[in-house]
Design a protein around this ligand. Structure first.
Ligand SMILES: [Zn+2]
Length: 199
């Protein structure tokens, strides 16, 4: 699976050796950059920022899963922490009601539907991203659970930097840097998801 499935890694321009002024701690309305490695309960590495830019997020704006956000509160640059996040504070429990079969005729006829493609669909009064799991002759099977639903997530994090958010970042609810991806501009293209507005 691609990195984007777990945590969006902004393709931000990162200045090596940025000077950190003061001892700012992660708190509401700060922008923190973190390096992280995510493993599941079996110890398999699911995602990591190793070898790339740290993940930058606006604290308190739900840019990242709540269990991780809470655990990062109060940390400063250079602080490291191991965080275990239960499914309820991560990507939720696996919900069998979100596994559905949809007639093939509901999809654009001219387009080939393949496993892994993502569509928006209205399920139980909620617009959800549904992933195609398999395709039969007349039906398409979709799963609206996050692929990490039901998983206990184990993060090893290290804070790379903390800074105050700008007024513009606060009004948008996400960090701004050149080519910022996560929750930022260019909605729906984070990690190149193949999103369609289906019915
Ligand atoms: Zn913005």
């Amino acid at each position: 699976m691609g990195n984007s499935a777990v945590l969006c890694i902004p393709l931000a321009f990162w200045v090596e050796g940025s000077i950190v002024v003061g001892v700012m701690k992660i708190a509401r309305n700060t922008v923190a950059a973190i390096h992280y490695t995510l493993t599941n309960s079996k110890g398999n590495v699911l995602d990591s920022s190793e070898g790339s830019q740290p993940l930058e997020y606006l604290h308190g704006a739900q840019n990242i899963i709540s269990g991780l956000e809470r655990a990062l509160e109060g940390l400063g640059t250079g602080d490291a922490k191991k965080v275990t996040v239960a499914p309820a504070d991560g990507y939720g429990e696996h919900d069998p009601r979100l596994v559905v079969a949809v007639p093939r005729s509901r999809f654009p006829e001219e387009e080939e539907i393949l496993p892994g493609m993502k569509f928006h669909a209205q399920v139980a009064d909620e617009l959800r991203v549904m992933t195609v799991t398999s395709v039969a002759e007349n039906e398409v099977f979709l799963d609206g659970n996050h692929e990490l639903a039901g998983e206990e997530l184990r993060f090893e994090v290290e804070v790379a930097s903390v800074r105050e958010a700008t007024a513009e970042e606060l009004s948008h609810g996400h960090p701004h840097r050149e080519h910022v991806c996560c929750g930022g501009h260019g909605h729906g293209h984070c990690g190149g998801h193949h999103d369609h507005h289906g019915k």
